[in-house]
Design a protein around this ligand. Structure first.
Ligand code: AMP
Length: 280
């Protein structure tokens, strides 16, 4: 079933809840792949009714980003979502989501200062605002997000904690292509040569993993090895390569406890992100 209006979605949520059933939500921007499907499958295990939202949210894109070009394929999305166990697709348009004007936003501080927040000003405010709206529209008991967007996952968890949303947040592991590239709707932008070059993100993360496992504790040395690998690829331009505390996202110099190794790299014109959590 597809629902396109907020009123209908809220009514559906009310009826579902009144029947004693739980609702699981997977928020997406569509152009669904196996990474999204894995989230839907988890929601399927955790809730009686699974809702997948498909909405390319304009407020989380910067003026020079790919909002207009972002790939869309509702017919393909229907097949992928239903095959993974989705019951309802919530597919609103911009007017439905934001009306003529929306004067209210949700902002999580501090956690959004670094990493993608630094290179994409306003991005996380757009994300938390739209996810907050989706929570009020779909009224889920549980919502599933991907570790692929590691910073987003922490920011959402924090928003839920700080604003007392009565929703359990599950973070699902990164789903990769057989050669290691993290699945992403944006991989569609890559030419065959760039698709090959894009493997450097995963290779750099593997390099970090092996050097930390071999006892390296100096973050600068690990980052240097990673940036060296990436710099060797002509189509690659580094946005950031960072090692941060996996909970606070603060930069670490010495690798101790649980750290997030995260990177954002342009391959040609396509900005890709990937990450790994390592424990020392
Ligand atoms: P998006 O449509 O890119 O906004 O992603 C929607 C949700 O799917 C987010 O919670 C992402 O973190 C998650 N996601 C995207 N790619 C992957 C992946 N390769 N593995 C796991 N989750 C993913």
């Amino acid at each position: 079933m597809i629902i396109t209006t907020i009123k209908e979605m809220q009514a559906f949520a009310d009826v579902t809840r009144a029947a004693g059933k739980t609702i699981g939500l997977v928020p997406t921007m569509g152009y669904l792949h196996d990474g999204h499907a894995s989230l839907i499958k988890i929601a399927r295990q955790q809730a009686d009714v699974v809702v997948t939202s498909i909405y390319v949210n304009p407020t989380q894109f910067g003026p020079n980003e790919d909002f207009a070009a972002y790939p869309r394929d509702l017919e393909g999305d229907k097949k992928t979502a239903y095959a993974a166990g989705c019951d309802v697709l919530f597919v609103p348009d911009d007017r439905e989501m934001y009306g003529k004007t929306c004067l209210t936003t949700v902002q999580v501080k501090k956690l959004t200062d670094g990493l993608c927040g630094k290179s994409r000003p306003g991005h996380f405010e757009g994300v938390t605002t739209v996810v907050g709206k989706l929570f009020n529209i779909i009224k889920p008991h549980v919502a599933v997000f991907g570790q692929k967007d590691a910073q987003q996952a922490l920011v959402i968890k924090r928003m839920v904690q700080d604003l007392n949303f009565d929703i359990r947040i599950i973070i699902a592991p990164i789903v990769r292509e057989p050669d290691g590239l993290a699945m992403s709707s944006r991989n569609k932008y890559l030419s065959p040569a760039e698709r090959q070059d894009a493997l450097v993100l995963y290779r750099a993360l593997q390099k970090a993993q092996s050097s930390i496992r071999n006892g390296e504790t100096d973050a600068a040395i690990v980052i240097q090895a990673m940036t060296g690998m990436i710099a060797a690829i002509e189509s690659a331009r580094i946005d950031y390569v960072q090692i941060v505390d996996a909970e606070t996202l603060e930069t670490v110099n010495r690798i101790q406890g649980s750290v997030l190794v995260a990177l954002a790299v342009f391959i040609g014109r396509t900005r890709l992100i990937d990450n790994i959590i390592l424990n020392n």
